[in-house]
Design a protein. Structure first.
Length: 249
């Protein structure tokens, strides 16, 4: 039974709820046992189960120890013999310069073209917008690329793909690249997310991408501690693998 920091954090009611290690172990063990078997209690364990409990308690201590090694990035704090959850500090979004809207789409497409060329692709921008913005070629294999350019606002990214465009190219070698503009310590930068049709289809099926009547909505948020990106809707999925990964084209 693997012990995770999320399981340990779940037993704290709030950031002021302090617990000793003995309390943490008892409550996490009880949580794990109730998940495994709702009728099982700590008072009717056989000898083998008691050995398992002892091993779980050791793993809890190790997970807490490893978490505290992260220092300021740790989600736990220790003081006066008790552990508490570290409050999450939210940083107000930095205002970012926005050009006239007529420049945004083209700026995003040329940014993607530049990255593709740095990755060894021969690229060309389509003269007519018919659902494909860029054609990219490498090793005699051609790809269509549709670019969605947006900005990170309040720690979120949001963009849409039209149903008509998506369905038209569902059987092709098309890639969807989201260009998200953000401010990093006073410098405007881009981050890129690369998806194919299968990625989008899986997201719709697993309910972390929403398909509506006229469009597919893609939303991204960031973990408050690790800053890892997640696609989210009814559910969520870590998409660190898709971040700035132009090998997926």
């Amino acid at each position: 039974m693997e012990i995770t920091i999320e399981q340990i954090l779940s037993i704290f009611k709030n950031n002021k709820d302090g617990k000793k290690m003995k309390e943490i172990k008892a409550q996490v063990v009880e949580l794990l046992l109730s998940e495994e078997n709702g009728e099982l209690t700590l008072y009717n364990l056989d000898e083998n189960k008691a050995q398992q409990i002892s091993q779980i308690e050791k793993e809890i201590e190790q997970v807490v120890k490893e978490e505290l090694k992260k220092d300021k990035e740790s989600r736990l704090k220790y003081a006066n013999g008790k552990y508490t959850k570290r409050p999450i500090k939210t940083v107000p979004p930095t205002p970012i310069h926005r050009p006239d809207p007529i420049y945004i789409g083209t700026a995003g497409e040329t940014a993607v073209m530049s990255e593709l060329m740095f990755n060894g692709y021969n690229v060309n921008r389509m003269m007519i917008d018919d659902g494909v913005d860029i054609v990219a070629a490498k090793d005699n294999i051609y790809f269509y690329v549709q670019v969605k350019t947006t900005f990170i606002e309040n720690g979120r990214i949001y963009c849409q793909i039209s149903d008509m465009s998506y369905d038209r190219y569902i059987q092709t070698q098309i890639r969807y690249v989201i260009v998200a503009r953000y401010n990093d310590r006073g410098i405007d930068r881009n981050m890129f997310f690369v998806f194919n049709n299968q990625d989008i289809e899986k997201g719709i099926h697993d309910r972390y991408i929403k398909r509506g009547l006229n469009c597919i909505s893609i939303k991204v948020k960031f973990h408050p501690i690790t800053n890892e990106p997640f696609l989210y809707d009814e559910k969520e999925s870590n998409i660190s693998y898709h971040l700035n990964n132009f090998k997926l084209i």
